[in-house]
Design a binder for this molecule. Structure first.
Ligand code: SF4
Length: 314
């Protein structure tokens, strides 16, 4: 994790000035580095960021997140210039669902309602009836008439969790997030033995055996609220470790421990390499040069907008 240095502070100040000069807004995901979160106008999860992107009156949206999130911002507010600091900031989950293969499944089950998790490409959104996020997925599934069959993509872990929660028998796409599949159950149980009073909280993209240990399962913002409102003092947090920055600011007196990853790494946690491709310097450069920009075809944006709009209405 980055520490905030004097150099970063001066870059943050220059970035703030540049942002005002260009009437730009910086939207940052909770999984971004702390120095990026500190300079953002708004920090949120996918749903919150999508709403902010749709509402902003700024001329430029600098999206400190990954590619599919910046695409969603562009789809929701196409007249704005949307910039992504590093175009290579992709997502293993979005990439696990290529449009051609998905089209084949859709053709095999033409009567199924297609619900896709927002972590997918614009092409996949354009093939969907409804989009959802982890904050509203249950509500979205429950809004579909019971006699209708459902295809859910791309996250099989979230899909399995939703099947349990809603009782709907959905056809699941076989995709996953590398970050949420990296948690080690054995290490988690060891950690729990050291902190027996801790509450384990997990994101539903995590594998079933991790979810079974959890006292609370919820979206990124759901987890933040849970920790804020709980009477407990210690939490083991099973999601991308970047969330700990905002969480610790909300509850400075509580103890937050990242759930351990299977592999021994420097942070002893699970970090998203795609999210961490964005740096403060890249953020500054992209706003200064107004590139790389997210550009999508008009027809694709129109098709992808519909299922997102339906989600926002529900
Ligand atoms: S944490 Fe997982 S789902 Fe989120 S951007 Fe990274 S790879 Fe994609």
């Amino acid at each position: 994790m980055n520490t905030i240095t004097t150099d970063n502070k001066s870059l943050q100040q220059r970035l703030k000035a540049l942002k005002e000069e260009k009437n730009a807004v910086i939207l940052a995901h909770y999984y971004q580095e702390p120095d990026i979160q500190e300079v953002a106008d708004f920090i949120g999860d996918s749903l919150e960021l999508a709403k902010k992107a749709a509402q902003t009156s700024a001329d430029i949206i600098v999206f400190a997140g990954v590619h599919f999130m910046a695409e969603t911002a562009k789809i929701l507010n196409p007249s704005k210039k949307v910039l992504l600091p590093d175009l290579n900031a992709g997502c293993s989950l979005a990439e696990s669902c290529p449009p051609d293969a998905f089209q084949n499944i859709k053709s095999e089950y033409p009567d199924h309602v297609v619900v896709t998790y927002i972590n997918c490409s614009a092409e996949i959104k354009a093939m969907s009836d409804l989009v959802c996020t982890s904050s509203n997925a249950e509500k979205i599934i429950n809004s579909i008439p019971e006699e209708k069959e459902i295809i859910f993509a791309p996250d099989k872990n979230l899909g399995r969790y939703l099947i349990e929660k809603t009782g709907r028998n959905m056809l699941l796409w076989d995709g996953a997030c590398i970050v949420h599949e990296a948690f080690s159950l054995d290490k988690l149980l060891e950690l729990y033995k050291e902190h027996p009073s801790a509450m384990i909280i997990a994101h539903p993209e995590s594998e079933d055996h991790i979810l079974k240990t959890a006292n609370y399962i919820g979206s990124t913002s759901g987890m933040l609220n849970f920790v804020k409102n709980s009477d407990h003092d210690t939490f083991i947090v099973a999601t991308e470790a970047g969330i700990l920055h905002q969480m610790q600011k909300d509850v400075p007196h509580k103890t937050l421990i990242p759930a351990p990853a299977k592999e021994d790494n420097t942070c002893a946690c699970s970090e998203c390499a795609f999210m961490k491709m964005n740096t403060l310097q890249k953020l500054y450069n992209c706003l200064e040069k107004e590139t790389p920009e997210i550009l999508l075809e008009e027809s694709l944006m129109k098709k992808a907008h519909l299922p997102i709009q339906r989600m926002l209405e529900i």
